[in-house]
Design a protein around this ligand. Sequence first.
Ligand SMILES: [Zn+2]
Ligand SMILES: [Zn+2]
Length: 170
Amino acid sequence: MKCPECSNPLRRMRYEGVEIHTCDGCGGEFIGQRELVHIVRTREARFDAQLQHKLADRKPLFGVPIEKTERELTCPTCEVNMNVVNYGGDTGVFIDKCVDCGGVWLDNEELEKIQILVERWQDEAPAQIAAMQARLDEVRRLTREQSQARYAGSRFAFVNALMNRFLDAA
Ligand SMILES: [Zn+2]
Ligand SMILES: [Zn+2]
């Protein structure tokens, strides 16, 4: 398997209990879809304080800037073009994802960034849900008065979306 960025042969290694492929040339990593889910679910890694600090100040960023789409990478396994996606929808971490196998190509440090962000989502989710609760109850009350429970189940959908967000890299 070759690096889609610099064509060096990729080296197989273990990371948090799964096999990933890493490039010694550019520091990029290729990770299968299942392996990525496993990695973001485990919280073994310890991160550099400086990187954590940098990510703490980030603002949500939606979409993919044009310049990020200019590089066209090929999946090292399937050899089809990979799409650039904004991980989690608004993280500003842009990863290349294979449309065929769902594997992702991560540039140097991107995996660490994703893990830090996911840990933050997990830590903040209960507070976010509590904060949204009052607003959702209000919306539901108003809606029920106007149109008989059209929003029934919206809290469940919201929680579900929040919890599932980091299990899908797109
Ligand atoms: Zn490389
Ligand atoms: Zn692929």
